[in-house]
Design a protein around this ligand. Structure first.
Ligand SMILES: [Zn+2]
Length: 464
């Protein structure tokens, strides 16, 4: 125990390294080492120049960005915590300048307003030592609140209609789920794999706002229990893991919520739009099943667009951090400008995930719904982005998915994606938050499902 005014010396990493036991431990570990210059060169040789394209850029972008925060509710009670998640969704009009501009200049207050996410969807959840309502545990409070907010007025496209809520979009995704936990496309019901109270299952619930009960033990159950975030919620410890998990899920299903709404109201409008998600296109953890439903939904939309001779949906998962981004930093100086590569499994397991056992079914079989690309623009800025896989299933008959997923020609929206990233590159490069980056030069409007912006867009499309 240090005396007042005296700080305990922090043992540094280098001091640990001098310890023979630590040294022995590190020698026994397998980890990624930077590739040699020769390896970098041979990796760089895999990059090719992207095809020139005269494809039309999308008129609108919807960019989604999440952030989360766990806080003590009082300095005197540091172990009593709440969690907040903000999901900002911004509509960028690529053709129109104006809303954020005052004369020739961007209005800094309006950009700041977007930055503060004042109009973002906010989710509040109890964390350590907090119960809500009359719920006996943190976990039950967490479950009830998540469900309430998924169904809440702010997530509805039509305030008076709960069927337009984010929770109904979740029912929709769950109905596309293959296997015995799906409902054969019946989006009025949903199956929870097991009751959080008695453990029996599956438990079926209906898409209506009334309280639902377990058919086995009659405890209260919630449709959003199917996301299984509650399994990671603790009563007395930080719930940062569960809070981050919920945020990541929201970052993927909120864009689907918008797409689903437009798909039902003005599907062809989707062809002229781009969605930016700021992650790889993948859902991890207990809710990973969503990735399959998302694949199925995107193919459903694309089939409809194709029937009407429209380009497929453009969904771009832009990654600013992570293992692939680290890898790009290592090889970047060997890659010429204006080059593109699709990361195949050999490449990934050898140079990005070295030491990890290759998945039998291919990388990301249980989690990913999109393919990662590395693109270096003609001016030399590098981006890691993903596009949705062009299939509804990785086991589609007659295709070798692991091979097909890396072929450029299977991604008709690839040239537009490249063109769009090139157009926006300086903004995207400088600011890690896509909506904010784009707001500096384009008209940006904060979106929330209950807002009328999408209605206007829809009307515009219907009259066109
Ligand atoms: Zn039960």
């Amino acid at each position: 125990m240090p005396y007042k005014g005296e700080f305990a010396s922090k043992t540094s990493h280098s001091e640990f390294l001098k310890n023979p036991e630590v040294e022995a431990f590190l020698n026994g570990c397998t980890y990624l080492t930077p590739p040699s210059d020769e390896e970098c060169q041979s990796l760089a040789d895999r990059f090719v120049a992207p095809l020139e394209s005269d494809a039309k850029l999308p008129s609108f972008i919807i960019a989604i960005d999440g952030s989360n925060y766990e806080a003590s509710i009082d300095d005197k009670l540091p172990s009593t915590k709440v969690g907040y998640i903000k999901i900002g969704a911004v509509l960028i009009d690529l053709e129109q300048f104006g809303a954020l501009r005052v004369g020739k200049f961007v209005d800094p207050f309006k950009v700041a307003d977007l930055q503060n996410n004042n109009s973002a969807l906010t989710f509040s959840v109890p964390s350590a030592n907090i119960r809500w309502g009359n719920k006996p545990t943190v976990r039950e409070s967490f479950r009830a609140l998540v469900d309430q907010q998924f169904c809440g007025i702010r997530t509805r496209f039509n305030e008076t209609d709960p069927k337009t809520s984010l929770r109904s979009t979740l029912f929709y995704l769950a109905s596309r789920r293959p296997g015995e936990l799906g409902t054969n496309s019946d989006a009025r019901r949903l199956k929870i794999h097991k009751c959080p109270e008695c453990g029996a299952g599956p438990v079926e619930v209906q898409d209506n706002p009334e309280q639902q009960y377990c058919s086995f033990c009659h405890a209260e159950v919630y449709p959003t229990d199917c996301l299984r975030i509650w399994e990671e919620v603790q009563d007395y410890q930080s719930n940062q893991v569960a809070i981050s998990r919920l945020m990541l899920i929201l970052e993927h299903i909120i864009p689907i919520h918008y797409m689903h709404y437009l798909y039902n109201s003005a599907p062809l409008l989707l062809s002229g739009m781009a969605f930016f998600v700021d992650d790889p296109l993948a859902v991890f953890g207990n809710a990973a099943w969503l990735h399959r439903s998302i694949m199925i939904f995107l193919q459903e939309v694309n089939r409809k667009l194709a029937k009407n001779h429209c380009l497929p949906l453009l969904v771009i998962g832009l990654q600013k951090t992570g293992q692939v981004v680290d890898h790009v930093a290592l090889i970047n100086r060997f890659v010429p400008n204006n080059r593109l590569v699709a990361i195949d499994d050999d490449y990934r397991y050898k140079y990005i995930l070295a030491g990890r056992e290759a998945s039998h079914n291919g990388f990301g079989y249980e989690t990913y719904y999109g393919q990662d690309f590395i693109y270096k623009t003609p001016t030399g800025r590098s981006f890691v982005f993903a596009l949705p896989y062009p299939y509804s299933s990785k086991d589609e008959a007659g295709i070798n998915f692991v091979q097909e997923k890396t072929k450029f020609e299977n991604y008709p929206q690839l040239p537009v994606a490249i063109k769009l990233i090139t157009k926006l590159e300086s903004d995207l490069y400088e600011n890690a938050v896509v909506p904010i980056a784009l707001a500096h030069h384009y008209t940006a409007i904060s979106l929330e499902p209950g807002g009328k912006v999408l209605d206007l867009l829809t009307k515009k499309a219907l009259n066109a």
